[in-house]
Design a protein around this ligand. Structure first.
Ligand code: ZN
Length: 133
């Protein structure tokens, strides 16, 4: 795996969290994007070469809404950039990790993404991502 590409944080609403993170990072939100298949609205910030991705549920029954009702707002996932996502999924499956997607799926920020089940990664949801070309 290459660098930590971004860190995903679940928030109740972008309206209040975007200005908060702009203040915190002293850097403007440079992109917002909705991913309908994931029922999520996202907002991105840069922090050096890593990004912060805020995730707001666009549906009261969406995954982020469920996450927040169970655990509250906060760290949702860590995303690693990989050179070849299918190869990395294969490698991790062989190593015994539970890869949650059969195939990479289109994610926010022009990426192919997949997730590893937190039960096999010490409770941390791990995302693999690769630039969509
Ligand atoms: Zn992400």
């Amino acid at each position: 795996m290459q660098k930590v590409e971004h860190i995903g944080i679940a928030v109740k609403d972008l309206v209040s969290s975007v200005p908060l993170f702009e203040k915190l990072l002293n850097s403007p939100c440079y992109k917002t994007e909705s991913v309908e298949s994931e029922q999520v609205n996202t907002a991105f910030f840069r922090s050096g070469t890593t990004k912060i991705e805020l995730l707001e549920s666009s549906d009261p029954d969406g995954i982020i809404a469920k996450f927040i009702s169970k655990k509250g707002e906060g760290l949702h996932h860590i995303a690693f950039e990989v050179a070849d996502i299918e190869q990395e999924m294969e490698r991790l499956r062989k190593e015994g990790f539970v890869v949650l997607n059969d195939k990479p799926k289109p994610g926010a920020d022009n990426k192919w993404v997949c997730f590893l089940h937190p039960k096999t990664t010490n409770g941390v949801l791990i995302e693999l991502c690769m630039e969509r070309k």
